[in-house]
Design a protein. Structure first.
Length: 312
């Protein structure tokens, strides 16, 4: 985790004298018992800012419990606030509201059979700096799309969406197998049949051909970015390039414009291979995505060929 040298802002004593006079002894019972104050939990400030919890600690000067958190817009900068101030109610024209409130996405309700910390731990695996396409955004987009379209994911499907890119190394042939192998440790109490089907769906994402019940829905969600508006589709292409740039340069010896041209040749080949399929989207819930996805593929062009370091 990259943290600026001055990333943690020094906490000043609050103006409330009664609060400032409170004495702490370092006893564990003084720490907040809020189950939502776990690493990675998203929070929303009452003024609208998005944050995530890093954890709880103590202010060294007086042992006061504190919450350490970061802004989503600048995760390199850590903030520190006394725990009682973090969770206290604030008066607004609409009435009292929490200063910071947990902001658990409604789209993740299908994962409520898992501890939230387990979900957050898997999402954190997608935050490596080199992940520009196979990142947390992609996973959350899939859950949000299912939620928005009224697609109810069962436990195996939800686990597959959560874990299908949990392990991702550019150019590695074993990403899907490694991701599938993680599922049992993510949900150790889950029924064996659910775990096995979830793993099978993850393996299906390699070739995007369903081999078991429910895989078609997950594959449609995984390909949904193909149907993005053209400008967003092009931004995704830039993310794929950024994610694979170092690998492609090492393997080809190319740089600059020549490297970009080689990437686009490979991406066109990958997308052209997909375009040969009778249907890109396999379920009725995503039938409307077929036409815009075909338009994006046609705009990129290309024919079937090597797809290394250009896939989506």
């Amino acid at each position: 985790m990259a943290i600026r040298n001055a990333g943690c802002r020094t906490m000043t004593q609050p103006p409330d004298q009664a609060r400032a006079a409170q004495v702490f002894h370092g006893d564990p019972s003084e720490l907040p018992a809020d189950p939502d104050l776990v690493y990675g939990m998203p929070y929303r400030h009452y003024k609208g800012g998005a944050y995530s919890a890093v954890g709880i600690g103590r202010f060294e000067a007086d042992l006061a419990p504190v919450v350490v958190y970061r802004a989503m817009r600048d995760p390199s900068l850590l903030w520190v606030r006394r725990a009682d101030v973090f969770s206290e109610p604030v008066a607004t024209p609409q009435g009292e509201v929490p200063r910071f409130a947990p902001d658990w996405p409604a789209a993740l309700a299908c994962l409520d059979f898992l501890p939230r910390q387990a979900v957050l731990d898997v999402l954190a695996l997608h935050d490596s700096p080199y992940r520009r396409y196979h990142d947390r955004r992609h996973i959350l987009e899939m859950f949000e799309a299912a939620h928005a379209r009224g697609v109810a994911l069962d436990r195996a499907q939800a686990l597959a969406v959560l874990c299908h890119d949990a392990v991702y190394v550019p150019g590695c042939e074993h990403n899907e197998a490694a991701s599938a192998a993680m599922i049992e440790s993510v949900a150790p109490a889950e029924a064996r049949a659910v775990l096995e089907r979830a793993a099978r769906i993850v393996l299906d994402t390699r070739d995007h051909r369903p081999s078991c019940a429910g895989a078609d829905t997950v594959l449609d969600l995984d390909l949904l970015r193909l149907a993005a508006p053209p400008d967003l589709f092009d931004a995704h292409s830039l993310d794929v390039f950024a994610e694979n740039r170092a690998l492609l340069a090492a393997r080809t010896g190319l740089q600059g414009d020549a490297l970009w041209a080689e990437f686009m040749r490979r991406r066109a080949a990958f997308l052209g291979h997909l375009a040969q399929r009778p249907r890109l989207f396999l379920t009725a819930a995503f039938a409307d995505c077929e036409a815009p996805a075909r338009a994006n593929l046609a705009r990129i062009g290309g024919s079937a060929g090597t797809a290394e370091a250009a896939g989506g």
